[in-house]
Design a binder for this molecule. Sequence first.
Ligand SMILES: [Fe+2]
Ligand SMILES: [Fe+2]
Length: 127
Amino acid sequence: MIDREHVTLVRQLDQLNADKDAHPGSEAFSEILSQLGRQINAHFDTEEEILRGCGMPSQVVLEHVQAHTEIIEQYARLNLDLMNGKHHSREEALGLVRRWIVDHVLTHDVKLSGYLAETPTRKTPDV
Ligand SMILES: [Fe+2]
Ligand SMILES: [Fe+2]
C-alpha cells in the first residue's frame, strides 16, 4: 500500500515536471499542488500508523514523524507564500516537491522496508 501511494506521489511530481505552464502562482500549479497536499497528508497518516506498529526503535519513528511534520510545514509555507504573491521560481518549487517525495523516501521510508519484511503482520496495540 505504501509503495502504491509513493507511485501516486511520484506521478504528481512527474506531472508538475511535465506541465511547463505550471509555474508557481499559476492555476495549473495550484491545482496540482493542492491535490498533492491532500495525497501527502493521507499518505503520512497511513505511513505513521504503520510506523508506530512495526517494531522500529522509537527514536527512528520519532525522527521519521518529525520529517513528515517538517514537510507539512514547508507545504503550508509554500502555499502561504504563493497566496501572498511571493515569487518562487519553478525550479525552486519543483526542487522542494522533489525533496518532499523522492528524498524523503530515500532517507526515511527505505528504513521501513526492513521492518515490514520482518513483521509481515502488523502488531495490534494492546488495549
Ligand atoms: Fe515517510
Ligand atoms: Fe512515504
